[in-house]
Design a binder for this molecule. Structure first.
Ligand SMILES: NC(=O)c1ccc[n+]([C@@H]2O[C@H](COP(=O)([O-])OP(=O)(O)OC[C@H]3O[C@@H](n4cnc5c(N)ncnc54)[C@H](O)[C@@H]3O)[C@@H](O)[C@H]2O)c1
Length: 249
């Protein structure tokens, strides 16, 4: 039990096959009390109910500061304290550079990158007051290699922004006992690909992965657990690849 008596907030954790919900289940199995924050309020509540009565499902649009603040107020009032924040919410769009219109650029940047800023901003003062906290942020291999498979250039840009933001926050808040780290997954089998991954594409992609398979949501959940727990007590500003060797650098 790595998270006994800890409380964790996980954004984007309502979708059934997603990385966030797999993380919520693993954290709960390790003794944590979980708040699932998601833009889909009904799904967030249902997911929390499935986890058990001590867990919470809260509506939150990470791209809107007031929504993040309202969610933080609710969680802190219910739990009393928050030890862990997992900035996991994100969306993608498979388009090329010349096809990106301004609304799409803004949507992808706002949810993937600005959302990490806003949700961190509303929990950090609470963590500072307690002089402890662990924050993990979702980036992507797409940020490192100039595109994944389903994300467009705006997605690569937003996820690269997350790396810079998280490292800067790690430097700024280390003296307050707050650690900030990132994960950079390769292709993980969730619903974010919107059913567009054909068997042929899957075979081609796997050829470039030394571990010879696509990732599972639980593969990423395990790394979030490491970053949330005291196993990583002396780790901050780090980026952990979860890509089966798709990118070795
Ligand atoms: N699946 C992959 O291959 C992969 C690879 C690298 C990174 N990622 C990242 O992992 C994270 C989780 O993705 P997933 O694959 O589990 O996909 P998913 O679609 O299953 O989960 C994304 C979740 O985010 C929620 N969400 C969307 N917009 C939101 C908003 N504005 N505010 C709050 N919640 C919102 C959705 O409702 C959903 O529950 C994302 O940040 C994604 O970019 C995924």
């Amino acid at each position: 039990m790595l998270l006994q008596n800890r409380t964790a907030v996980i954004s984007g954790a309502a979708s059934a096959r997603g990385i966030g919900l797999a993380t919520a289940k693993l954290f709960a199995a390790h003794g944590a009390r979980i708040a699932i924050l998601d833009i889909d309020e009904a799904a967030a509540r249902a997911a929390a109910t499935e986890l058990g009565p001590e867990h919470l499902g809260v509506a939150c649009d990470v791209a809107t500061k007031s929504s993040c603040q309202a969610a933080a107020d609710k969680v802190i009032a219910a739990f009393g304290h928050v030890d862990i924040l997992i900035n996991n919410a994100g969306v993608t769009q498979p388009v090329k550079t010349l096809e990106i219109d301004e609304a799409s650029w803004n949507r992808i940047q706002d949810i993937n990158c600005k959302g990490v800023l806003f949700l961190s901003q509303v929990f950090i003062p609470h963590m500072q007051a307690r002089q402890r906290g662990a924050i993990a942020c979702m980036s992507s291999v797409s940020a490192q290699r100039g595109g994944g498979i389903f994300g467009g250039p705006h997605y690569s840009s937003a996820k690269a922004g997350v790396l810079g933001l998280a490292k800067a926050m790690a430097r700024e808040f280390g003296p307050d006992g707050i650690r900030v780290n990132c994960v950079t997954p390769g292709l993980i089998q969730t619903d974010i690909t919107g059913g567009q991954l054909t068997d042929e594409m899957r075979r081609d992609i796997v050829k470039g992965i030394p571990l010879n398979r696509l990732g599972e949501a639980t593969d990423v959940a395990g790394i979030y657990l490491f970053l949330a727990s005291d196993l990583s007590a002396y780790v901050t500003g780090a980026v952990i690849d979860v890509n089966g060797g798709m990118l070795i650098h």
